[in-house]
Write a protein that binds this ligand. Structure first.
Ligand code: N01
Length: 532
């Protein structure tokens, strides 16, 4: 039943993180009425929820920021090379205020369903509070990493102490002083939180299922001179970033690892290790394409870990196997050194899996560990989780959740056949998590806004991906991924971290080629879309 008194808008945007804020600003710029629903009490999305100790971005702050307003880029001062979560959240609050965005956002409200009404070409959007609005367009800005993965460990509910998830951290300060703390999970979140929790806790026990590759972030304060230099010619940095495979300045090269000598390779890895962060992946052009090339980087990192960790047995357990970058490369501050502390214990749950959580702690196949608090750093139902959580129904009442039961299917990661006037910001099938998220988000917001403007200028009411274009795009995304080492491991890129999730490679690899494709689609009159 639809509500005849529902308020009506041109567009409803779901989520007020980087994507939703930018989309709202763009739609307003077209003179359209747009409204945002946001589950959190404030703006920020990912950066609103992920408040765990040590949360920080792994893309440099001067690049992990909006470029839609040069005034904004000129006036905002980042304090560190890699911004911390509180600073990014301050930035997003500043953006919301500066562009007066809050008046079109309803907070603490989750969108429960969105149903397309064919006779009127309008979406009926219902919130968890039961209110309904209608809109010509629905734009999902729900984020790629926003639906937490809560592992179903037997006895979990019986634990007597507090439990936390890094992806949904309390807003009140959490004090681990004097506590015995368990952290389960050693991905990017765990690797950032562990050194800081170890400094505070009486004892920290880390439960590691898969050892991860991590390089030092080499974070540091940004000098005013560095900022001035970038700001004098910000466009050059943005252009350079946009030409790199991941959409930020990884200093990527055309040189392949196997065409240089072992000494030259080593020198390159050493230089990248010393300068820090994800540009390590840009060391050689074939790093993520060629197993032999990748193995040289893997061995380099393992050697570094052996040098950082005092106890050889602990070091051995921390040594990552497999392919560097296949799971997202981590970027840390003092992670491996943390295992030299007397108050930190590493438990290898690949060797002896967790069998239960009890009221007093965690039991594995071989031992029991008494703890006062448990931190789940167990990641997200990535890329699709937040989308299929909403009951989205397109033409003929078709459910997106059902359509994607065997894996997500989109055209350009922006649109899905059968769902007219429905867009996804950084959806599966777009560079999204394999790129610098903020430029990818802006590219999508710009593309969607231009599409809506074009429809209005040309009297079009409906746009929807064709099934043929979607099939071809899904095949292309897979073909690109299959030429790399990405599909070779159990990463969240492929859905392997969620029991029962279909194994489909979700992001599109190659930011510049993707942007070009999106531009070509427009130049050819929205090729691959049915427009009515
Ligand atoms: O999540 P993850 P994350 N029992 O999925 C383990 C971004 N991010 O929140 O590898 C025991 O990477 C799991 O083990 P395994 C970034 O894109 C960025 O850390 O599946 N363990 C793994 O160790 C990142 O990639 C930043 O064997 C279980 C860990 O939990 C993404 O977010 C910071 C388990 C989950 O690692 C996600 O990172 C933080 C179970 N049942 C996040 N289930 C920066 O910008 C899972 N695990 C720096």
């Amino acid at each position: 039943m639809t509500d005849p008194t529902a308020r009506s808008y041109d567009a409803i945007v779901v989520g007020a993180g980087f994507g939703g804020l930018c989309m709202l600003h763009r739609l307003r710029g077209l003179g359209l009425s747009a409204h945002v629903f946001e589950a959190g009490r404030g703006v920020g999305g990912t950066w609103f929820w992920n408040r765990y100790p040590g949360a920080r971005c792994d893309v440099e702050s001067l690049e992990y920021s909006y470029q839609f307003s040069d005034d904004l880029q000129q006036e905002w001062e980042w304090t560190e090379r890699y911004a911390s979560q509180p600073e990014i959240l301050r930035y997003l609050n500043h953006v919301a205020d500066r562009f007066d965005l809050r008046r079109d956002i309803t907070f603490s409200t989750r969108v429960a369903s969105a149903v397309f009404d064919e006779p009127t070409d309008r979406w009926h959007v219902r919130t968890d509070g039961g209110s309904e609005v209608t809109a010509r367009f629905v734009i999902m800005a729900t984020g790629c990493l926003s639906s937490t993965n809560q592992p179903a460990i037997p006895g979990r509910a019986t634990f007597a102490g507090p439990t936390f998830h890094t992806g949904n951290w309390p807003h009140e300060p959490v004090d681990f002083t004097g506590k015995r703390v368990a952290v389960i999970g050693t991905g990017s979140s765990g690797i950032q939180a562990i050194p800081l929790i170890a400094e505070q806790a009486a004892h920290l026990t880390v439960f590691q299922r898969t050892a991860n590759f991590s390089v030092p972030a080499q974070n540091r304060p940004l000098t005013p001179e560095e900022q001035r230099t970038v700001k004098r010619n910000y466009a050059a940095l943005r252009t350079r970033g946009g030409q790199m495979p991941f959409g930020f300045d990884t200093r990527s090269t055309e040189v392949t690892a196997m065409q240089v000598s072992a000494d030259e390779r080593r020198a390159e890895y050493e230089a990248r290790w010393a300068s820090g962060g994800l540009p390590f992946l840009g060391s050689f052009a074939d790093m993520i394409m060629d197993a032999q090339a990748n193995a040289t980087a893997a061995e380099f990192i393992r050697e570094k870990i052996r040098g950082l960790v005092d106890d050889p047995a602990v070091a051995e357990t921390l040594l990552p196997r497999g392919v560097v970058g296949c799971k997202r490369l981590c970027s840390d501050t003092g992670y491996f050194e943390t295992f030299n502390r007397p108050n930190v214990t590493l438990v290898d749950i690949a060797a002896a899996p967790i069998t239960a959580i009890t009221p007093t702690g965690i039991t594995t196949a071989t031992a029991s560990y008494d703890v006062d608090c448990i931190v789940f750093a167990t990641g997200f139902d990535a890329m699709t989780g937040a989308l299929v959580r909403v009951d989205i129904r397109g033409r003929g009442g078709r459910s997106l959740r059902e359509k994607w039961a065997e894996g997500p299917r989109t055209y350009l990661g922006l649109s899905s056949a059968g769902f007219p006037n429905f867009f996804i910001i950084t959806g599966p099938g777009s560079p999204s998590v394999l790129s610098n998220m903020v430029p990818s988000i802006e590219q999508h917001a710009n593309w969607i806004a231009a599409c809506v403007a074009w429809m209005d200028a040309n009297g079009k009411r409906r746009i929807e991906a064709t099934p043929e274009a979607e099939d071809a795009w899904v095949a292309h995304v897979n073909e690109v991924a299959d030429a790399t080492l990405y599909p070779s491991c159990n990463s969240w890129y492929i859905g392997a971290n969620i029991p029962g999730k279909p194994r489909v490679f979700m992001p599109y690899l190659g930011f510049p080629a993707y942007v070009q494709k999106c531009e070509e689609v427009v130049a050819r009159g929205y090729e691959g879309f049915a427009v009515a």
